[in-house]
Structures are given as C-alpha cells and as structure tokens.
Design a protein around this ligand. Sequence first.
Ligand code: HEC
Ligand code: HEC
Length: 391
Amino acid sequence: MMNAPRAALLAALVLAGCGSDPVPPSPPANTETWDWGLPPGYPKPKVPADNPMTVAKVELGRRLFYDTRLSGNGTQSCASCHAQEKAFTDGLANAVGSTGQAHPRGSMAIVNVAYLSSLTWGNPILGSLEEQALLPMFGETPVELGLAGKEEELLARLSDFPQYHDMFADAFPGDPEPIILDNIVKAIAAFERSVVSYRSPYDRYTYEGDPSALSEAALRGKELFFSERLECFHCHGGFNFSDSVTHAGSTFTETMFHNTGLYNLGGTGAYPEGNTGIHEITHLATDMGRFRAPTLRNIALTAPYMHDGSIATLSEVLDHYAAGGRTIEAGPHAGVGSENPFKSELINGFDLTPAEKADVIAFLEALTDEALLGDARFSDPWKVEQTGGEP
Ligand code: HEC
Ligand code: HEC
C-alpha cells in the first residue's frame, strides 16, 4: 500500500529532472579533500562522482538537515525524526510527520548510511541518498515534511535567507543559480555521508588495537554473536553489522532482505498490511516479510526495534531470535512466527542461558559510539547560533 505510490512519486520526480539529471560534476574549485577521520582498516564510503564531498557542501547540508523551512508548515526538519542523541532516530515505534500523520514504519539511524546498498527498511530500488531525501520532503503516503506542490515556495524561503546565498555559492561553485532542488538534496546527502560511526568500544578494540576497550562480558557476547549457534553475523556481519553494504573499493555489492519470522498472520505467512517488506514492491509471494538487516551500530540507543517498532527491548529481540520467530497469542496479528513459510533458513532458534543473554547485550551495548552523539560536526547549527554554543 505504501511503496507503490512512493515508487511512482520517485519516478515522477526523476522524470521531472530532480532526482538524477546528468548535471556535470561540480568544478574542482573548493574541493578541499574530505577527511573522514577513520581509523586504519575501516573502509571508506563510496561517493557518487557527481556529488563530491567538500567542507562547504557538508556544512550546507547540515544546515538544511536541521532547518524547519524544509517542511510545508515550518514545524519539522529531517532532525525532528532523526535526532543526534538517539543516533539519529526518534524513539518512536512509528514516526509522525509534520501534519500529524503516522508513518507505518519507524525512523532509522542516519549513521553509516553512506555504506548502504539499499535504503529504508524494505526497498530494493532505492539506492542513493540524493533520491531518498526526496521521499520525506515530497512524499504524501504518508506526509512527512509535506512539501508536495511547494517546491517553488521552498526555494523562495531558502532564497529569502541571505546566509544561504553564500553557502549555496560556496558549496556549488560556478553554478549561476545554485539554490535549486537538485543541490538541496546533494548537500543533504553529503552531510549524511559524513556521519560515520567509528569510535565505539568495539571500534577501539578492533581498529585501534585496544584490548581493554571491551569488557569480559562483551568479549563473551562477541563470541556468541559471531557463532553458528546464534547466526547473528550472517545477516549483521562486517564492519557495519549489516549484509547490505558497499564501500569505496568493494568488488561486489550485496543487497539482502530477510524474513525473520516476526509475524505469521493466521498461519498464512503474511505480515500486517502496509508493512510487508520488499513484497510491497516486487509483489512476489516469497518476498513476504523480507526486510533489510539494519546496522546494529548504536543499537542500544535506537529502541523500539524492528521496522514497526514492535519489540521494545534488546532482551526481547533476543527472545524473538531464540524462539526462531515471535509468537503473538491473540489479536489481529496472532500467529506463530517460527512457522512462517517465508522465514529465512538462518532463523532456527537456540537456547541461551540468562548469563549468555546478558553477554550478548553487553556486546551490543559496546557498539554505542558516545563520541558521535556529542560530535559538534553533526549537531544542530541553528541552536549553536541562538545560544552562542551553550547547550
Ligand atoms: C516524519 C519523520 C521523518 C522525517 C521528517 C524524515 N525521516 Fe528519514 N526516515 C523516517 C522513517 C520512518 C524512515 C524509514 C522509511 C521506510 O522504511 O519507509 C526513514 C528512513 C530514512 C533513511 C534511510 C536510512 C536507512 O538505514 O536506510 C534516510 C537516509 C533518511 N530517512 C533521511 C532523511 C532525510 C535526509 C530527511 C529530511 C529531508 C528525513 N529523513 C526526514 C522518518 C523521517
Ligand atoms: C536472517 C538474517 C538475520 C539474522 C540471522 C539475524 N538478524 Fe537481526 N535483523 C534482520 C532483519 C531483516 C531485521 C529487520 C526485521 C524487521 O524489521 O522485520 C533485523 C533486526 C534486528 C534488530 C533490530 C534493529 C533495529 O534497528 O530495530 C536487532 C537488534 C537484531 N536484528 C539483532 C540480531 C541478533 C542479536 C541476531 C542473532 C541472535 C540477529 N539479529 C540475527 C536479519 C537477521
């Protein structure tokens, strides 16, 4: 129900020349080499040739990401649903848009999105951050930022703010009229690419060679996470804890979608309407309930869990996997998830003692990157201006 209109919307936007028109790459002026600041061995993101990273562009993108001028009624920005202190999620099971409409799914972490080979919970055709940004801006099913039909108004609003003239000119040098939609989404995408998480205890242990960064419990949890008994790593493996990743120099890109047995309505294998995963786009019966494995970086901060926020805690997520799928006893969603015929063959259930469960959770908590949460490069620039930098 949701994705067909969204795909049509996206196609229309692309046809209108907003999504991926062949604008020549920005001239090399002002392209200070981008410093990702990553530790040795940590893969670098892939950057589209027509949207190189520059300091000026990332700074403009940060401003736009936090600017409520980007919603139809001036109440929301991207950051309303993607808050830095929650690893750029919103703490809600279902995100709520600027006009009060509930989204069928939960907000996702804008962390390491530069590495994703497909975007959002279950969309095999949405690959670029530039295209993705158009959905919350102009989407109507549901309304998020509510800019449909207001593109001219948006451009006028941004043009009315003198500071943007200089910022757009710096970010897109040589562009005679830089305040255009194509550049807005390019700048936002550049900012999103800059948000990389690489300073968690796990990263200090893995990339900085600091053996004391992980507690004994987290180390035991790591063994379990990467074991054939729990199978987590098959879908949440690699540096980004997801099997749908791409990065600079990667030789192949994987995009995988899995049914974890979260639902099995009436024993038919069905997931609740409007949230059936990539099935909404492919309409293939076997794609029912298949979603992308999200990154587990900063997972302790992004509750509630799963595409619809239907699991409240990490402990309950482990119960779901231990049972080989979730059983819902009664109500409209009743069903035995472990018997879902479309479930991944990697979800088979396992026994976990309470001590082992605590260890796995300790490991997941060691993926929290405190430095990212307080990093001024990713914080709200408007707030800093109003308060002179005081929080
Ligand atoms: C009303 C809340 C809301 C607003 C406002 C919002 N988002 Fe989101 N965002 C979501 C939800 C919900 C999802 C998951 C969408 C889905 O699966 O269909 C999401 C997903 C994403 C993703 C995909 C992340 C991933 O792991 O695949 C990106 C990137 C993103 N949003 C960027 C943005 C940007 C950029 C803006 C501003 C232009 C924005 N969002 C505004 C709620 C919001
Ligand atoms: C077959 C692939 C697969 C395996 C194996 C797997 N997961 Fe997942 N995981 C997923 C998918 C897909 C989702 C999203 C499912 C949804 O929303 O319906 C997910 C979601 C999650 C979430 C919630 C993420 C969020 O942002 O809300 C956590 C936490 C998680 N998995 C942890 C684990 C742990 C721990 C294990 C091992 C016990 C594990 N997973 C095994 C594929 C897998």
